[in-house]
Design a protein around this ligand. Structure first.
Ligand code: 13P
Length: 257
């Protein structure tokens, strides 16, 4: 099945609202002709309304970097899916930095996934093992367990809207990337085959799976030529207009018709 590639820039805690708007104004025309690739930027919460307004009518879509599963209430510092809904098409959940610094648990990732799908938004669910787990040979069972827990109770018909991002923690922001072959192996055996076990092969083949971790223009093709890798979740290189546009161009070329 042909899956539309999806490249998302996770800006993390970078760019003020003014900087974010200036960035997307420069970026958007460079991506206009890449309609064979879904193009997404994920600014901070604070910049979302301004970025969404600046991109109005542009094919470049907006993601939030997190959300709370409750609609409103006494949850100091949190922002609900409903509050984000006017501005975003995607919401990233389960990022390893949220798991590490904000105590994001598998259970909460699952609650968030359910709330996001119920609001007709698309979750990008990040999974991935630590260096210690990788070195102990625990990668495959750990990633399988993360995928399974995140998707508990999700209706099969909602699954094609789900994006999974496999991001080995040891490759994030370190310049140490997984080889294309290794990323393909883990995505195939720990993500796609797990999806097939949970939802059946047809649905598993419809779900898009990204690789993330030190993706750059120089290594992008290595990932985009793998059959089970449908795009990338990009940190550092997404903060540079030329680099991000280059990543999208490589995806379009490698995955295009
Ligand atoms: P880098 O591309 O900076 O390694 O970050 C990856 C990431 O965490 C994207 O979510």
């Amino acid at each position: 099945m042909a899956r539309t590639p999806i490249i998302a820039g996770n800006w993390k805690m970078n760019k003020t609202p003014d900087e974010a708007v200036a960035f997307v104004r420069e970026l958007s025309p460079k991506l206009a002709e890449r309609s064979q690739v879904d193009r997404v930027v994920a600014p901070t919460f604070l910049a979302l309304p301004a970025v969404a307004a600046a991109l109005g009518g542009s094919p470049v879509k907006v993601a939030a970097q997190n959300a709370h599963w409750q609609a409103y209430g006494a949850y100091t510092s949190q922002i609900s899916v409903e509050m984000l809904a006017p501005y975003v098409d995607y919401i990233i959940i389960g990022h390893s930095e949220c798991r590490a610094y904000l105590n994001e648990s598998d259970e909460n990732v699952n609650r968030k996934a359910q709330a996001i799908l119920a609001a007709d938004i698309n979750p990008i669910i990040a999974v991935g093992e630590s260096l210690a787990q990788n070195e102990a040979g625990e990668t495959l069972p750990f990633v399988r367990a993360q995928v399974t827990a995140a998707l508990k109770g999700i209706a099969p018909q909602d699954m094609p809207r789900v994006v999974i991002a496999y991001e080995p923690i040891w490759a994030i922001g370190t310049g140490k990337s997984a080889s294309g072959a290794l990323a393909e192996h883990i995505i195939k055996t720990a993500v796609r085959d797990t999806l097939a076990g949970l939802f059946g092969r047809d649905i598993a083949e419809a779900v898009r799976v990204q690789y993330g971790g030190s993706v750059k223009p120089a290594n992008m093709e290595e990932y985009m030529t793998q059959p089970n890798i449908d795009g990338a979740l990009v940190g550092g290189a997404s903060l540079d207009v030329e680099d991000f546009a280059a990543l999208i161009a490589i995806a379009a070329r490698s995955k295009g018709p």
